[in-house]
Structures are given as C-alpha cells and as structure tokens.
Design a protein around this ligand. Structure first.
Ligand SMILES: Nc1ncnc2c1ncn2[C@@H]1O[C@H](COP(=O)(O)OP(=O)(O)OP(=O)(O)O)[C@@H](O)[C@H]1O
Length: 251
C-alpha cells in the first residue's frame, strides 16, 4: 500500500497533512505518537472510513495494488472489503459466534465451505479452541478479549488484503492483550497489518515498521515525523522528537 501526500480534514480543520509512506505487504506496521496527532484519523483514511463522518474528507493518494482507493471510480464498499478494520472497542453483532464470523462472507456471496471458513478464521484469530463447542451461542456471552478476537475473526473471514487495527488491545486485560499480540505473527503470514497503539512496548514487540506521528504546535495538523524499521525507531531514530517520545520523555 502506497500513501502519497495524504491530508485529512474535519470540515475546515486540517487534522493530518503531508503523509507519504509505503506500507510493506505481509509486515506489521505500527503507528505511534502523542494523543491527538492524527493516528486514528490517518488509519481511517486507508479504507475510506474517515469520510463517513459528516464533513470529513481526505486528499492525496492511497494505492492498493494498482488501484487508487480515492480514484473517482473506486467503490468504498469494495475498498472496505479489501482493507478490513478492527476497532478499539470490541463490537460484535448481536448474533451467534458462528454468524458473527460467517455474516460478512455470506453477504459477499461466498460460495465455498462456510464451516471451514469460520473455523479457519477463528483459528487465525486464536479463538477457535475457546469457542468451538459453543458456536451457536451469542457473541455477547464472550469476555471482552474474546469478543475482540471474534471481531478479528470476522474481519479475516471477508479475506481482506490489509487489516487496520486502531488500538485493538487498549480496552483489554494483559492476558487478552497477549493473545491479540500472539495473533500478529500469524496474521502477517497472510495479511498486511497496520496497527495504531499507545503502547510502545507493544509496538516494539509486534511490528516490523513504525511510523511516529507528531504535532509541532498545538492546532497544527499531525504529520508523519519519522518512519523506519521498528528496530531503528526504537534504538537509533533520526529525529530528536522521536527519541524523546520512544524513551518516554513526553506523550
Ligand atoms: N469527529 C471529529 N470531528 C472533528 N475533529 C476531530 C474528530 N475526530 C478527531 N478530530 C480531531 O482530529 C485531530 C486528530 O485526532 P485523532 O483522533 O486522529 O488523533 P489520535 O492521534 O488518534 O489521538 P489518540 O491517540 O488520542 O486516539 C484532533 O485534533 C482531534 O480533535
């Protein structure tokens, strides 16, 4: 996925500006930075979710394969199928565990073996063993951490190319967080993953590349301040602000 000169607006307010980056396939890219610097806004531009907020729009290019997702003929519904998203708070449907996973595939006209798809998606989301005997029960009966993995399975079942995750573990306990982190190594074998996280240790543990977003003065738009291999960002970043942030001097 290639991002060129991306800017994001809420009405007349430019929240993010001048972001260009290449997101590597089959890697985990983490986005970090202080609160309000535009990480969530930016990630939502990568599957055209930003524009669902009234008055919100994006400028620039986001290329997925050879398609510019902001081209006039691009269909946001198709884009969101190709670029799935997992949110901060688990948001399962009021349906059975099985149907939570199967639903998206069904409405997309999936013709293969649905049972197999559900099992594979739940396995990839590291949830299968915990739910295999209760697939008919409501998704709401699961713990918060299990619900989040259910939402990951639901996203995977649509077979996207890219998975966006906006602080997927921030509402979870440490054990559930660990389970979500454990799924990352598995997920990147098949998918490209972009994750926003406030947890720097998490970014360092799970990602291959890290983008640091930063705002120079209050009221300015957020910018991609530094983007590099995770190891470099955390051990020897080029910019002072990145170093101050990753060493916990502010943020
Ligand atoms: N729905 C909205 N309407 C107007 N402005 C918004 C909206 N959502 C976010 N903003 C503004 O856009 C800027 C970027 O916010 P965003 O939530 O993307 O930052 P963030 O880096 O994800 O923050 P956090 O780490 O706190 O989640 C902020 O100034 C914020 O106030």
């Amino acid at each position: 996925m290639k991002i060129g000169d991306l800017a994001a607006f809420y009405g007349g307010f430019r929240a993010v500006t001048d972001v260009s980056m290449d997101i590597q396939a089959n890697k985990v890219t983490a986005l970090i930075g202080p609160s309000g610097c535009g990480k969530s806004t930016f990630i939502r531009c990568l599957n055209r979710m930003h524009e669902v907020i009234p008055g919100a729009r994006a400028e620039g290019t986001v290329t997925l394969g050879d398609q510019d997702i902001y081209a006039k003929d691009a269909d946001p519904v198709v884009i969101r199928r190709r670029v799935g998203m997992v949110f901060q708070k688990p948001n399962p449907f009021s349906k059975s565990i099985y149907d939570n996973v199967a639903w998206g595939a069904k409405i997309n006209g999936f013709r293969g073996d649905l049972d197999e798809l559900v099992e594979r998606s739940l396995r990839q989301a590291a949830l299968w063993d915990e739910v295999k005997d209760r697939l008919k029960e409501s998704g709401y009966g699961l713990s918060g951490g299990q619900q989040q993995r259910l939402c990951i399975a639901r996203t995977l079942a649509v077979e996207p190319e890219v998975i966006l995750m906006d602080e997927p573990a921030s509402a979870l306990d440490p054990v559930s967080t660990q389970k979500i982190e454990d799924t990352m190594a598995e997920l990147k074998k098949s998918y490209t993953v972009v994750i926003v996280t406030h947890n720097m240790q998490q970014a360092a543990r799970i990602s291959d590349y890290t983008g640091f977003f930063y705002i120079v003065n209050m009221g300015d738009p957020g910018r991609l301040w530094e983007f590099d291999e995770t190891e470099k960002i955390f051990s020897n970043p080029d910019r002072k602000e990145t170093e101050d942030y990753v060493t916990g001097r502010f943020g």
